[in-house]
Write a protein of this length. Structure first.
Length: 353
């Protein structure tokens, strides 16, 4: 028998923001469900307050044949919101989700992104002592994700205990003072978030592969290969990252590429959404090229990939392929060690004296 999580001993202090990181299948979401009481442990015990809001399965209990308003009323009650609080917060919840014009229409007329926005908005307005977040910033478009981030910061300001599961290292770093790295269902490391992320991201990066390949079943959608046209990349040279995506049907893709530094900070974020450029995948293998000028100083970086279809995450590869920038230096730079910061810019100076 394979344990989803095993021999985990953690203490999360009241009012603390705590991160959980690890690869897909490591046991992160299972641990969050155990903390929230959604799943009961086979052995051991969990001591927790009664008042917990779980932003794990957004929209649990939603019914497609009734209106958004009725679904909102039922879901809020399911999460423990009183009738008085619902009446007081109803309009605020609707406005936060941006669904004023459709709230009385049947849920079956909503897109999946609208449903997820409604689910997050309800859960985010339930007043509890502990908030559990599982990849909630993968919800909706960039504007709504920013609203979600701001809402989480507001929760912190109220002294609420927050536990975050996320593949976004920068989000975990921003929100959490302490974190735990889960691997194969067990604790690999816990403690200061910066130290945990440094160790996790260092191991998770492919150090010696210029071409990375993954398996993707024919009835699913996801990345199958990623590689550079030229490796390593020269300074002040355009880079081309080539991605292969397997699609189970004809559909529109939302592809994203993050370039991260050695500590997991995102230096560059690219997506076809930013160009208002639809990417229509055909059934089977699809090849997509990201061409860009990184303007990065010499050094080693890593690439994270994510793939959404119909506002839902289908694949996420954290620090899956290395990126290396090498000289020769241009623009007058002679000693790369003198550079401060990762950005390498071409510039000029005009003396008008």
């Amino acid at each position: 028998m394979r344990w989803a999580v095993k021999e985990i001993d953690l203490t999360i202090q009241e009012g603390e923001s705590y991160g959980i990181v690890g690869r897909n299948g490591a046991g992160k979401s299972t641990l969050l469900k155990l903390i929230g009481g959604i799943t009961a442990p086979s052995t051991g015990k969990i001591i927790r307050p009664e008042s917990i809001a779980s932003l794990i399965e957004l929209g649990a209990g939603f019914h497609s044949d009734v209106s958004g308003m009725e679904n909102m009323r039922f879901n809020a009650s399911l999460l423990g919101m009183s009738k008085a609080d619902f009446t007081r917060l109803r309009e605020e919840i609707i406005a936060f989700a941006g669904l004023e014009e459709v709230i009385y229409k049947p849920l079956r007329t909503y897109s999946s992104g609208m449903i997820m926005r409604l689910g997050f908005s309800i859960a985010a307005h339930v007043e509890t002592d502990v908030v559990l977040l599982d990849e909630v910033l993968a919800v909706g478009d960039s504007f709504f994700q920013q609203k979600c981030s701001e809402r989480i910061v507001q929760m912190q300001g109220k002294g609420r205990t927050i536990v975050v599961v996320s593949h976004q290292a920068e989000l975990v770093r921003k929100l959490c003072g302490k974190s735990v790295w889960i691997e194969n269902g067990m604790v690999r490391m816990d403690g200061n978030t910066m130290e945990v992320l440094k160790a996790y991201l260092g191991l998770n990066t492919s150090e010696n592969k210029e071409v990375v390949a993954w398996q993707c079943l024919e009835n699913s959608t996801g990345f199958t290969r990623a590689y550079w046209d030229i490796f390593p990349i020269q300074t002040f040279q355009k880079a081309t990252l080539i991605l292969h995506v397997w699609s189970d049907k004809v559909q529109e893709l939302d592809l994203g590429v993050n370039i991260n530094d050695s500590e997991g900070r995102c230096l560059l974020h690219m997506s076809n959404r930013f160009l208002h450029q639809p990417l229509i995948a055909q059934t089977g293998d699809n090849k997509v090229e990201f061409v860009f000028d990184p303007h990065l100083a010499p050094g080693r970086y890593s690439v994270s990939l994510f793939l959404r279809t119909d506002h839902a995450i289908r694949d996420w590869r954290q620090n899956c392929i290395p990126m290396e920038i090498q000289g020769p230096m241009q623009g007058g730079y002679e000693n790369p060690k003198e550079l401060q910061g990762p950005i390498l810019s071409e510039f000029s100076i005009i003396n008008s004296a």
